[in-house]
Ligand binder design. Structure first.
Ligand SMILES: [Fe+2]
Ligand SMILES: [Fe+2]
Length: 301
């Protein structure tokens, strides 16, 4: 047990982690409170082929499995961080990744299956290997390894690698690109030929807001490691550069391309922009990481 006797009170309410923790508590939401009725109705009414439905199922399966993987992979970080404000923030992140997993599971259970039953299609499973491709397995395998390594070899370099895999690449580039794609496709605004799915879009926007906090935490930690001279910007650049081809391999999964909704080229472009923006926020001392209210802002706030 460790008590920091240099502190007057237990928590440092001015610290970034404490502010993030508070923001997470204030923005709490429940995956079972999102109304999915309209999604079911629109998907059934607007028809579409099974192949078109596959494009959507493949996207949701990848998100669901990704959230499950990051829920499982985060724990080593909670063990090695010793600051109580950091640890408290980490508890919110673990809880939120679990809620994200629950949201996608619920969507499959209550929307995808309902549509399949109504259309007379065989019920599919979000864990079916057909939704995933080689780059997907490889990226998540590497993430798990980078996080688990903290338990046996907790060095500043390995912490930086862990943040680069988990927070920067998976959450900051891959997931942000995916949310953008799904929200754009199903918002009912840009692509009138695609069913409007308000429940899915609402879930995505709440998840995206949580993820803004997670990414901000990882980026701030990386920035600190650079500022103290414990790691070089090169280490961060090299680690992310090595992972970017897997992100491309996932966003460009051609097997589920349809002419509907957002196209892979636009996603690719978005991922590239996110990559550049993230690297600049971390490695450029003069560029700040946006404050937590900006990172977690919801449309309409
Ligand atoms: Fe998540
Ligand atoms: Fe996250």
């Amino acid at each position: 047990m460790y008590i920091d006797s240099t502190r007057h009170l237990q928590l440092d309410v001015d610290s970034r982690s404490n502010r993030y923790f508070r923001n997470a508590v204030e923005r709490h939401w429940d995956p079972y409170e999102i109304d999915l009725e309209q999604d079911r109705e629109n998907l059934i009414a607007e028809g579409g082929t099974e192949e078109e439905f596959d494009g959507m199922r493949a996207g949701i399966a990848k998100f669901g499995a990704g959230e499950q993987a990051v829920t499982e992979d985060l724990a080593p970080l909670a063990i090695v961080l010793d600051d109580i404000d950091d640890q408290m923030f980490l508890t919110t992140q673990l809880y939120e990744e679990a809620k994200h997993t629950e949201f996608f599971d619920r969507y499959w259970r209550e929307v995808i299956h309902a549509v399949e039953d109504e259309r007379g299609w065989e019920r599919s499973s979000p864990t079916d290997e057909r939704w995933f491709n080689e780059p997907y397995w490889e990226l998540f395998e590497r993430d798990e390894e980078a996080m688990a390594r903290l338990l046996t070899d907790d060095t500043p370099e390995n912490r930086a690698r862990a943040y680069c895999h988990y927070h920067l690449t998976i959450e900051g580039i891959l997931a942000q690109t995916g949310y953008y794609g799904m929200q754009s496709s199903y918002s009912g605004e840009r692509f009138p030929e695609v069913p409007h799915l308000p429940g899915l879009v609402e879930g995505f926007s709440l998840i995206r807001s949580d993820e803004g906090r997670h990414v901000g935490f990882g980026m701030a930690k990386l920035k600190e490691l650079i500022a103290t001279g414990e790691v070089t910007p090169d280490l961060i650049n090299d680690t992310v550069d090595e992972l970017i081809p897997f992100v491309h391999g996932i966003t460009m999964d051609e097997r589920y391309d349809t002419d509907q909704g957002i196209q892979p080229e636009e996603l690719e472009q978005y991922a590239a922009e996110k990559h550049i923006e993230r690297m600049q926020q971390i490695t450029d001392a003069a560029t700040d990481i946006p404050d937590v209210d900006t990172l977690t802002r919801l449309e309409g706030d």
